[in-house]
Write a protein that binds this ligand. Sequence first.
Ligand code: C2E
Ligand code: CA
Ligand code: CA
Length: 763
Amino acid sequence: MGTNFKSYLNDVRRDHMVRYYEDHAAYFYGKISASSGALVTYFMTGQFVFLVSSICMIAIMLADVGNIRSYQGIATDKDKSFFSWEHHYTFLSTAFMLILGVWCFFCFTLTSNPFIHLLSVAISLGNVLSLICRNFSNQRILTLQLLAVAVPMLIGILHYGDYRSMILLAFFLPLFASVRDISQRLRDLFRSAEQQSDAKHAFSEQLNTALGSMSHGLMMFDDDMRIKVINTPALNILGIHKDTNCQDQTLDEISQFVDMDSPTSNKVRIMSDALTERLNSANRDKIFKLSDDQFVEITLQMRNEGGCVMVIEEVSERIRYQSKIDQLARFDELTGLYNRRFFRDQANQSLKNRKEKNAAAIMFFDLDDFKRVNDNLGHQAGDFILTSVAERLNELLPDSAFAGRYGGDEFVVFVDAKDCPDGFDALADAIVKTIPKDVKFKNQQLRFGVSLGIAKFPEDGNSIDRLLKLGDLALYHSKSEGKNCYSHFTPELEESLQKRIIIEEDLIGAIRNQEFELYFQPIVRMDNGKTELFEALVRWRHDIHGGISPADFIPIAEDLGLIREIGQWTLHEACKQCSRWPDNVSVSVNMSAVQFQVDSITSSIKNALEQSGLDPKRLEIEITETAVLSDMTHAAVVLDELSELGVRISLDDFGTGYSSLSYLHKLPLDKLKIDKSFVDDLDNSQRSRTLLNGIAALGKALELKIVVEGIETKTQYDLLHDNYDVDLAQGFYFSKPMPASHALKFIQLNSVAAYPPPKAKVA
Ligand code: C2E
Ligand code: CA
Ligand code: CA
């Protein structure tokens, strides 16, 4: 504090000294009046000392003039020579005051002229008062000069000695004392003013530093939108040179005086527009694009006193990052199609407020056997397929349609009816047929199919979630229809889905609680009506839904991986029951494709035979074409093993699949079971009759026994019996599937009286 105060005083002294030298007119007026006064007293009295006084005063004045002149020469270098200037001044001004005092002294001691007394006192007092103004900052100089004038003057008055001069003296003493006091007050006043100004200065310095070190740009505008403050970051953001004078300019004016074609001019113009836009909008935050890769966020704050403060934040990095995130959030990285969420949003948007007459469709499709390609040929091949699918899809879709990748190999399309002039079917057909065609990866032809489901707005539903669900359902239906095709959603599909959900939920419990039972349906010889074997058919007693058909729950059990457990149980139970029947009656057990593909199937069968003690010759396994065709090599191995054991193999549902027939002679088959659908059409379809004939003949040629399923009526039976060379028959006409307990009774009755009674062959 002490040093500060001292330095402050020095500053004040320095300041005053400077002011004195720069503004010296008043000082000279005082000196001129004093020297003139002295000259007047000389002329009035002829006293030589007055002339000397006047000359001394003039000499000092002239010395001062020289001093001031040389000061002006070095006015720029105030600090260095300050003390020497002060010494000059102290010496000359004190000397002047002393001469003034001495002149007064002689005025009182040498004359008794009241005018001369008054003149000398008035001039001295005038100079004393001007002392305060000039020297209040420097107590030392002030005191010196005061003493120099006051002491000789007072002595002179005292010496004169009449009562009027005593009264004058009595007034003078407090006056001189108060001069010091006044100067002290002035000093204090000046000091506090100076301190305030210093504080203001320091504050403005701090503000400048703060504004400059802000990371954001800041501009303060007055009422007329003229810039009052602009910080360095704001200049940098706009590319304005730091030396440009922006003070009191509008942004438009700045944009005109920087190079008009420069990016800066453009940026300042954008900023000016932004300012106008923001001023007229309730929302005062917004992002503006200054150039291709520069974005700023502007926040506007209105000032109470008019105008506003604009904060400019450089957000280019954030925007770049954001657009990358947006890209990732909207598009599938591999295929470039919309991702699941974005597709849903877009489709939702498109369905919103859509009129019923503007039909649209969701097409949901996936790739058949994609997993197999992926597993066998690697992920690179898988990725290649997915990108090829996306490329072809983009070529097939009308411009306004859009597509997304919904999951691994699942794709979805949203299309307007008005953009499908040939109907949804034409587009679906094109997708199914064109997309999988000729996809080659590293010279290798990749084979996969496309299964597709269509759900329509408004026919099937009006929300995207529902349409997606129904499209998926229709896709599922296409899969069950043999894949590589498309299907429309129908309400029946939904019913079957409901059923499926119930079954899925309860199936595990059913296995645990042994809710299954085996029924047996006789398969009867055509020639003598005797039951040769029973087909074991599983039944599920469901508490709420009564009996659930195996046609419904077996495929689900396959999907959920539960078929092995059910199959094991069926096999054991069938063998067990059959072992209780006469030796000439066998049992046939259905084996699903999934079950058949499991490596341990032979050992499972062996195990069931061993446990039941059943002769393998009395066991027959029914397999379908699907089980055989999906992996011929494996099928051949398993069937050979079984046939070696003595187990017979029968090919179920023959004629329904896409049989190539070429496998028939490669596998150790014993029977062909001709599907019920042929029998249904026998009455009215020539084609069915021809096919039945052909298949029967083929079977004979391959030494296979022919079984016809699904005979329900006597007419059908007779027709078959009389016209076709069929070995065995099965159907409700003979008996519906029955519980194990009835099977034995059935055999006993049947052995007594064959049903239907044997018929003689029509020649
Ligand atoms: P499938 O192997 O073709 O079995 C014959 C189906 O036709 C049985 O239906 C049987 O009840 C029915 N059927 C027999 N004669 C007639 C007839 O004259 N008219 C009509 N309308 N239907 C007749 P079910 O028992 O409902 O079995 C359906 C399918 O479920 C079976 O077809 C078979 O594929 C599967 N399945 C049944 N039990 C098992 C099993 O234990 N394991 C496996 N893997 N599948 C089984
Ligand atoms: Ca069967
Ligand atoms: Ca069958």
